[in-house]
Design a protein. Structure first.
Length: 352
C-alpha cells in the first residue's frame, strides 16, 4: 500500500530468555541499524502481564537518551530500526494493538510492497474497515508525503499499523498467534517479515516471513532473532535462516516452523549457483567502499526480475560469511536524519 519496491528496508531483533531483554536488544539493533535503518527506533517488552513499549524518530542512541528504553522490564522483547521513509514518532515501530483499551500486542516488520504493490486501493479499504470495527490506528495523520496513499478522508496511516490491527482482530476472533499473523500476511501480502509479542502468550516471540531476512540463534540463556546475522551476540551458537513462506514461534530453547498452506507468492530459492555468483560479485565490489544498499541491488541481479526473491537475506549471508572470515571492514558515517537537526548512522563496507 505505502511501500515501493526497492525503497523500504528496516532492521529487527528479538530476544527471549532469562536475562533482561532491553539491554541485549539495544546492542543488537545498534550493530545493524546502519545497514538499513537508524531513522526511527522502537522497543517493546513484556513483564508480569504488561506490555511496555517506547519509540521515536531517531537512532538507537537517541532512543536510549530520550526514553526509558534501556530500563523496560522483562526477559522477552522485540526492537526495530526503520528506514527514512516519512512520518514522525507515531510512524516508528513497534505498532500496538489494544484489548479493552490496554496494550495487548506489539508488532514490528521489515518489508516492501513488491508483488503486492498493485493492491493499494484494496489495502486502503481494509484499513478503513478495521477502523470502522473499532481498531484505532495511532499512526493516522494528515500528511502530504507523496510516497503514501491517502485514505478517503485525506489522512494517511502506516501500513504496518494496518497489519498490526489486522493481527489483533484475528486474535480477538479466536485465532492462535501463529494463525493470526499468517492469515494477516496472506490477506495483505507483500515482501515482508514480522515479529509479534502478545500478552496471551508471554513466553514466546511469534514470527512470520514471506521473503525478507530473519535469522535465529541460541545461547545458554535464551534465543536471539535478528534481520542480520552481523548483529548476533558473540555467545550465540549456529545462526540459522528462518524459512520463507512460513510462520512459527521462538521460545528460549527452541523454535517452531509452520509452512503457509496457501503462500501468497513463490519465493525464489537461493541455489548454490546463485549464492556462488553473488558471493563472487560482492567480493569484487568490496574492493571499494560501498553501503549495504549497493550490495543488495547487486545481489538482486542474480535473480529473475519478476521473482519475489530473498535478495536481502542473501546479501546479509554474504556479509556475515566475510565477517566470520575476518576480512570485512565496517565503517559508520553519519548522514542526514529523518527530520531537520537529526542525523543517522550508515554502514559502509570494504574488504580488508
Amino acid at each position: 500500500m505505502f511501500f515501493r519496491k526497492g525503497v523500504i528496508m528496516c532492521n529487527i531483533a528479538g530476544y527471549v530468555g532469562s536475562r533482561p531483554a532491553a539491554p541485549i536488544l539495544i546492542e543488537m539493533i545498534r550493530r545493524q541499524e546502519g545497514l538499513a535503518g537508524g531513522y526511527y527506533t522502537g522497543l517493546a517488552t513484556i513483564h508480569k502481564g504488561k506490555l511496555y513499549y517506547t519509540k521515536l524518530t531517531g537512532d538507537t542512541d537517541r532512543l536510549v537518551a530520550m526514553t526509558e528504553a534501556s530500563k523496560l522490564p522483562g526477559t522477552i522483547g522485540i526492537i526495530h530500526s526503520r528506514s527514512k521513509s516519512g512520518g514522525g514518532d507515531l510512524w516508528a515501530h513497534p505498532f500496538v494493538g489494544f484489548k479493552e483499551g490496554v496494550p495487548d500486542l506489539a508488532y514490528v516488520a521489515n518489508g516492501t510492497a513488491g508483488f503486492g504493490k498493485g493492491r493499494t486501493e484494496e489495502y486502503s479499504r481494509l484499513a478503513e474497515r478495521l477502523m470502522a470495527e473499532g481498531y484505532p490506528m495511532p499512526s493516522k495523520v494528515v500528511d502530504d508525503n507523496p510516497r503514501y496513499q491517502k485514505l478517503s478522508d485525506g489522512s494517511t496511516v502506516h501500513m504496518s499499523d494496518v497489519m498490526c490491527q489486522l493481527i489483533q482482530r484475528n486474535l480477538d476472533c479466536g485465532s492462535a498467534p501463529v494463525e493470526a499473523i499468517t492469515d494477516a500476511f496472506c490477506e495483505m501480502p507483500s515482501e515482508i517479515v514480522g515479529l509479534i509479542l502478545t500478552l496471551s502468550h508471554p513466553d514466546r516471540i511469534v514470527w512470520s516471513r514471506i521473503n525478507y531476512p530473519m535469522t535465529v540463534a541460541f545461547a545458554a540463556h535464551g534465543a536471539y532473532l535478528s534481520s542480520a546475522a552481523l548483529a548476533m551476540p558473540k555467545d550465540c551458537g549456529e545462526v540459522k535462516e528462518i524459512p520463507a513462506n512460513c510462520a512459527g514461534e521462538v521460545f528460549a530453547d527452541r523454535y517452531t516452523v509452520v509452512p503457509y498452506k496457501n503462500p501468497p507468492a513463490t519465493v525464489a530459492p537461493i541455489t548454490a549457483q546463485v549464492r556462488a555468483k553473488a558471493y563472487e560479485a560482492v567480493v569484487e565490489t568490496l574492493k571499494q567502499v560501498h553501503p549495504y544498499s549497493d550490495l543488495t541491488k547487486l545481489v538482486q541481479t542474480f535473480f529473475d526480475p519478476a521473482d519475489c526473491c530473498p535478495r536481502a537475506m542473501l546479501t546479509y549471508d554474504i556479509l556475515y560469511a566475510l565477517h566470520r572470515k575476518g576480512i570485512l571492514h565496517q565503517e559508520i558515517k553519519r548522514v542526514e536524519g529523518a527530520i531537520e537537526g537529526l542525523d543517522a548512522p550508515k554502514l559502509y563496507f570494504k574488504l580488508k
